[in-house]
Design a binder for this molecule. Structure first.
Ligand code: GAL
Ligand code: MN
Length: 319
């Protein structure tokens, strides 16, 4: 029956990108509801004022949190930043790490575990050698084979499970997509008691019906229609290393199970991350969408980490 069709999947033949555009929050949310009845110009002004106030309050809150954190510093932690970048994606790594040196957990030490198939390349050697001297985040390479999109994103949890011993040598582990950029200080607020996840910038102000969870019960990433409170982004995530390694092991198992039955969840690893957090909601540190924000998106949350706009078909093509 047509009514039963889930609303959160692209129409047949519709590209994922076009589907997401249709879900993008309005630049200025339609709130409060009584505004729809008043003069358009007046309602535009009221909306702008509400939006500006919303942003201001969030900024003030963020400044307060940061001031509190500065007065109550967390004992210096050892952190690993996990990055997967094969073939063309390697070009994103240098600028990502330069931005991380500046903004990622100042006051703590961090190292980078870079999973790549190009570990023998000049580019990788340069990355390791040049950063060995001057940079905050030294790079360690882990060899992984390359497969076409979306396998490299989907297989991340397998790579992390294989590297579990190395990851457990740090207090905290965070994963960032390589096509991201730190643009403001990301501090102690991301260091929680367990896992840390980011509310997705497209869905933070949307209801459950629009979340793009996996809807096929055959997939291990399935979340029943009445379940799930938040939709999390896959682009930035982590937590205490022990918790993150455990999450990675479970997600990896679920993904392998799906693959053995030739199922790929709708949003790949992100669907499994969401399903994992739905099954294990305790101890989660939830970050606002500013920690994984579309480069050109506007939400009331100040941007801390940008998900860069890129030419998806160019970067995902193999040639
Ligand atoms: C898009 C994003 C994808 C995925 C999707 C989920 O905006 O680019 O990576 O998170 O939302 O619906
Ligand atoms: Mn990305």
């Amino acid at each position: 029956m047509p009514e039963d069709k889930p609303v959160n999947v692209p129409k047949k033949g519709e590209s994922a990108e076009s589907f997401h555009k249709s879900l993008r929050p309005q630049a200025i949310p339609d709130f409060p509801p009584w505004l729809s009845g008043v003069q358009p110009q007046f309602s535009q002004i009221v909306k702008r004022v509400i939006y500006a106030l919303n942003r201001l309050v969030r900024q003030a809150w963020r400044m307060g949190t940061k001031a509190f954190a500065r007065r109550n510093p967390v004992k210096s932690k050892r952190v690993v930043l996990l990055v997967v970048a094969t073939n063309k994606y390697l070009r994103f790594v240098e600028p990502l790490l330069a931005s991380a040196d500046r903004y990622f957990l100042p006051g703590h030490s961090y190292e980078v575990l870079l999973f790549t198939n190009l570990d023998d390349s000049m580019e990788c050697r340069k990355l390791v050698e040049e950063r060995a001297g001057r940079a905050r985040g030294k790079v360690r390479l882990k060899h992984v084979g390359h497969s076409p999109w979306p396998m490299m994103t989907l297989l991340r949890y397998r790579f992390f499970t294989q590297a579990a011993t190395a990851i457990l040598g740090y207090d905290y582990a965070f994963y960032s997509d390589c096509d991201m950029r730190f643009v403001a200080e990301v501090g102690d607020e991301i260091l929680g008691e367990g896992l840390t996840a980011v509310r997705h910038c497209v869905f933070h102000d949307k209801g459950r019906a629009l979340f793009t969870y996996e809807t096929r019960p055959e997939s291990r990433a399935y979340i029943p229609p009445s379940e799930g409170l938040h939709y999390f982004a896959g682009g930035f995530q982590g937590g205490r290393s022990a918790d993150y390694v455990q999450a990675a092991a479970e997600c990896s198992k679920q993904i392998d199970d799906d693959l053995s039955r030739e199922i790929t969840a709708i949003w790949h690893d992100e669907s499994h991350w969401n399903a994992f957090l739905w099954r294990h909601p305790h101890g989660l540190t939830m970050l606002d969408p500013g920690y994984c924000m579309g480069e050109r998106m506007r939400t009331p949350y100040p941007s801390m980490i940008l998900a860069l706009d890129k030419d998806h078909s160019e970067i995902r093509s193999e040639s």
